[in-house]
Design a protein around this ligand. Structure first.
Ligand SMILES: [Zn+2]
Length: 262
């Protein structure tokens, strides 16, 4: 890849920063993820990254006024931790592929992004569900936006989000195998499974805080201008760590199923 392509990646990240889609740390990490992807998978890799970025940003903006319940920890500006949680595994796969080209690393790259996209679509679209979501472990109804909550529409959105990434990646691997049409489904399932593991982790080990003032359960460290207290979960397992679990498990399942089917 020419130096111009790398400059274009950084300019694009800078543009996202100027339009307040990224914080400063988000800008740095997005440049790293973009440059790594370019190194390993060239323009085709960047295209897939763009599909993830544009489609998830689009859903975040969709019916935004209905989503402001204050449960989610962070705003619309993605910071470095969020970017790495969603794109860090893909960046690792790309760097590894640049050094040791193996089709399994393509599957890992694609399914980590498919899992990230499934998760984003599920949470952005699932939040709009008219039915109150079910907690994936206790199976009780909880407030929309709670980690570990599932809705029918959210699960359908997760599958569609994963499928979109896999379809858009088809030119990477279609000729690799005689099972190409099966892989289309298998890789979509890998992305969906990553999201499922994310939901289970969100429902079990992810840290939950409670506001001492209004006693609402939240992912935020502060609520009603006071520090919140931890009521369950592991203190360092925040939303970013759960998203990293999502993309890592998506990649591992994608590689595993790739080995089985190729
Ligand atoms: Zn409060």
């Amino acid at each position: 890849m020419t130096i111009m392509s790398y400059i274009a990646v950084i300019l694009f990240a800078l543009l996202a920063y100027l339009f307040k889609k990224l914080t400063k740390s988000g800008l740095i990490m997005a440049s790293f993820v973009g440059a790594s992807t370019l190194f390993g998978f060239g323009i085709q890799g960047l295209f897939l990254l763009a599909v993830f970025f544009i489609s998830s940003t689009m859903w975040s903006s969709f019916q935004k006024e209905k989503k402001g319940n204050g449960i989610v920890e962070k705003g619309q500006q993605r910071d470095g931790g969020q970017v790495l949680a969603n794109g860090g595994i893909a960046a690792c796969m790309a760097i590894l592929y640049g050094l040791f080209p193996s089709p399994y690393l393509i599957f890992g790259f694609v399914t980590s992004l498919a899992a990230a996209n499934a998760d984003t679509w599920a949470s952005e679209i699932g939040t709009l569900s008219k039915q109150r979501p079910l907690h994936i472990i206790t199976w009780k109804r909880v407030v929309a936006g709670t980690s570990g909550a599932v809705t029918a529409i959210g699960s359908a959105a997760a599958f569609a989000g994963s499928f979109l990434i896999v379809v858009c990646s088809i030119f990477f691997w279609w000729s690799n195998t005689s099972h190409s049409h099966v892989l289309l489904l298998v890789l979509t399932i890998a992305g969906f499974a990553g999201n499922l593991i994310d939901t289970v982790a969100g429902a079990s080990i992810q840290v939950v805080y409670r506001c001492k003032e209004c006693s609402v359960e939240t992912e935020q460290l502060e609520h009603c201008q006071e520090k919140t207290e931890r009521i369950s979960g592991v203190s360092w397992i925040n939303n970013d760590v759960v998203n990293l679990i999502c993309t890592a498990s998506g990649a591992l399942i994608g590689i595993g199923l790739g080995i089985v089917f190729v």
